[in-house]
Ligand binder design. Structure first.
Ligand SMILES: Cc1cc2nc3c(=O)[nH]c(=O)nc-3n(C[C@H](O)[C@H](O)[C@H](O)COP(=O)(O)OP(=O)(O)OC[C@H]3O[C@@H](n4cnc5c(N)ncnc54)[C@H](O)[C@@H]3O)c2cc1C
Length: 420
């Protein structure tokens, strides 16, 4: 039995976890279960993956990668971690457009919650999904492809439509990146010239606290074209290269857990994620929350958080600021417009974190912020509804696919259907 999520902040109520080894076995399990919900690698910081009945985890179903070079698409078992997919693709000369900071999460679990990396031109990981194969409530298999009816509603699906058994993703030829770290980014530059900061490289992260004299570290992941740039600079943003050899680059995580910095070129698979796939990512002594802001209101959001700086920093391990391109997936954090993501890795002090994240929601939701589906969030469906123009369509589609509510759970009732 899986008792808790990765961070230990949620105790699952589900009675048992099925771990089938084939899709056919998974179909039989789903057909026989009165209530069931899909579980990925348990990295969400809430009860999104829980069930009042049973759970089903597809991590033991073989990945069975299928590469379609002509259509630039890879299809694989949904319970496969991104790190395994990235290694398989890179070995064959192919790549994904982006990855999250952590390669240990499953493809189905990440895409079901709108997980993202960074980059003004890069959509969420969900935006790369071009087809889903699902196990429906009666155990039958269905495939939905990009452009077909319902597809845009089902990708960021939170497990509400069934158990995703296989996922197809867009791919592109492999590429190289370098990672460079800069310090001393002025707050004024970040707030007044946010577009210049987030567009400074293929993927940009600002790693900061809120009451510090400057906006901390600027991480640039620069894509190396054939005529590789000799240098990567951020002096035009008021930041200087990080010269000293630091023991830690990200919060208080040791550098040994991170992918290489210092401008060393490497494959996308070993530069886009912050954490290495071959070592445990961190001590799990954390809680995360994150808010995706329209670009127009992001500077005001940063100002409001700066005003709360001392209270936040007393509980904070690290904030990361990233960006993402717009997409058309109904419950995506970037549905309809490009977004700036304000992320918080908190100390594991649940009661205090619950209180301060309520305050942050109160400050940011009126600015149009969408909380991350896979992290700590409080807003009930009624408060989230104005932020997602297609929420009613999502509810109707999910009800059509699962009229008996086999895949419903308390999280969906509270945050999506508004019946809790
Ligand atoms: C250390 C750490 C770093 C992180 N970094 C990032 C980051 O860089 N960017 C970001 O956006 N997020 C990040 N996250 C959040 C993380 O990406 C999401 O919580 C993600 O959903 C976790 O995937 P999982 O496989 O653990 O899924 P789970 O947490 O197990 O499940 C999440 C959701 O996916 C659904 N699901 C899982 N499998 C299936 C399936 N087969 N079929 C249908 N539905 C399914 C579940 O029902 C649930 O609704 C991070 C989390 C951690 C712990």
């Amino acid at each position: 039995m899986v008792e808790r999520n990765w961070a230990g902040t949620h105790a699952f109520v589900a009675g048992r976890v099925h771990v089938p080894e084939t899709i056919a076995e998974a179909q039989r399990v789903v057909a026989a279960a009165p209530r069931i919900h899909a579980l990925g690698s348990r990295h969400s910081f809430n009860d999104a993956a829980d069930s009042p009945g049973a759970l089903i985890h597809l991590g033991q179903v073989p990945a069975d990668f299928v590469l379609d070079a002509e259509r630039r698409c890879v299809t694989l078992g949904a319970g496969t971690p991104y790190g395994a997919l990235a290694a398989w693709l890179e070995a064959r000369g192919w790549a994904l457009h982006n990855m999250g900071s952590l390669p240990h999460i499953t493809v189905a679990g990440a895409t079901a919650t709108g997980t993202h990396g960074s980059g003004d031109g890069n959509g969420t990981l969900s935006s790369a999904v071009c087809a889903l194969e699902l196990i429906r409530a009666d155990g039958s298999l269905a495939t939905v492809r990009r452009g077909e009816d319902g597809f845009a509603g089902m990708v960021v699906g939170l497990g509400a439509f069934g158990v995703v058994s296989r996922v197809s993703l867009d791919i592109q030829p492999s590429y190289q990146l370098r990672q460079d770290s800069f310090v001393g980014l002025p707050w004024a530059r970040l707030i007044d010239d946010l577009d210049a900061v987030t567009s400074a490289a293929y993927s940009v992260s600002v790693m900061t606290k809120w009451s510090t004299p400057t906006a901390g570290r600027l991480w640039l992941k620069t894509r190396l074209a054939d005529g590789r740039p000799a240098t990567v600079d951020a002096r035009h943003l008021g930041a200087r290269p990080e010269s000293a050899q630091h023991d830690t680059l990200l919060s208080d995580d040791p550098v040994e857990r991170l992918t290489p910095f210092g401008g060393v070129p490497g494959p996308w698979s070993a530069r886009l994620p912050h954490f290495r796939f071959d070592v445990p990512p961190s001590d799990a002594e954390e809680i995360q929350s994150e808010y995706m802001l329209p670009r127009a209101t992001a500077p005001e959001a940063i100002r409001r958080l700066r005003a709360m700086g001392p209270a936040i920093d007393a509980l904070l391990r690290m904030t990361e600021i990233r960006s993402m391109a717009a997409d058309e997936l109904w419950l995506s954090p970037a549905y309809g417009d490009p977004r700036v993501a304000l992320h918080f890795t908190w100390k594991k002090r649940p009661a205090e974190i619950a209180a301060i994240t309520r305050d942050i929601e109160d400050a940011l939701l009126p600015l149009g912020a969408r909380p991350h589906w896979g992290k700590l969030l409080h807003a009930p469906a009624a408060r989230l509804a104005p932020l997602y123009p297609r929420l009613d369509d999502f509810r109707a589609l999910a009800t059509r696919w699962d009229p008996e509510g086999k895949f419903r759970n308390a999280y969906l009732a509270r945050h999506v259907f508004g019946v809790a």
